[in-house]
Design a protein around this ligand. Sequence first.
Ligand code: SAM
Length: 276
Amino acid sequence: MPDFLLDEDFEKFRKIIYDESGIHFSSSNRSILESRLRERLKIARLDTVDSYYQLIRSNSDELKTLLDSVTTNLTRFFRNAAHMQTFEYFVIPELIKARSRERRVKIWSAGCSTGEEPYTIAMLCKELLPPDFTIEITGSDISLKSLLIGQEGFYAESRVSGIPESYLSKYFEKKDGGYRIVDSIKSLVRFDYHNLKNDSGLSNLDVVFCRNVLIYFDEAAQKASVNRFWSAMAPRSYLFIGHSESLFGMKTQFEFIKTEWACIYGKSVENGTTRR
Ligand SMILES: C[S@@+](CC[C@H](N)C(=O)[O-])C[C@H]1O[C@@H](n2cnc3c(N)ncnc32)[C@H](O)[C@@H]1O
């Protein structure tokens, strides 16, 4: 319906969404925004987009709900086999050497959606790191409804299809028509509401996964996020971004690493701070 969202309304909403999350709505995505706004107006029992705009300006919870509703949360366990092989055969062996003294790894899954990514990382760490290594994984997102699913750690049968049989039988319990992640893996992951527009407060990270998130940001927001990753990462650490994303042309300090399996980024320099 052409007059539901006038051009000036579209501009106002896309600006506030961009300012608050970095998510960039192009004109071709306008219909997605329109449909989400229709849903929110109905729930809030409001008649006009303008009254809804006033609401999100004064009510931060409603703004969060709108942001949640415009996110794309598609994910799956062991997503992108080449990335997982890079983690398994390149990054983990490197970390075993580099962190032999601290015997601790800190990993961030930024934009973790419903938890499949941080739990995949947790299973691989549990399987491949020496048993006396401490594993700390943070999964963060701006989608509260996704974070709740991650925290619950329960997945329908259709969502566990990518998990190798040996991992499924070892790290999940079949229950109530689905699969529940076992406590020994669940306890390795802490879920947190965090907007990539802001500082995470995390530091000395050994690995950052931020896959299929930057694709929704424009260049300025991508660059700001990537610079924040750099500051939060330890020397000799690694960054995974989505296979369709790239830091090419962004002039960051990250080093491009081409492994046998996939390309990732590394922070190799000592940054003058003492690790832990
Ligand atoms: C397509 S999912 C990717 C999930 C997972 N990383 C993967 O590759 O399977 C993108 C996630 O990024 C989150 N996201 C979008 N903008 C964000 C922001 N500003 N801060 C934190 N998370 C954000 C969305 O809520 C969504 O869950």
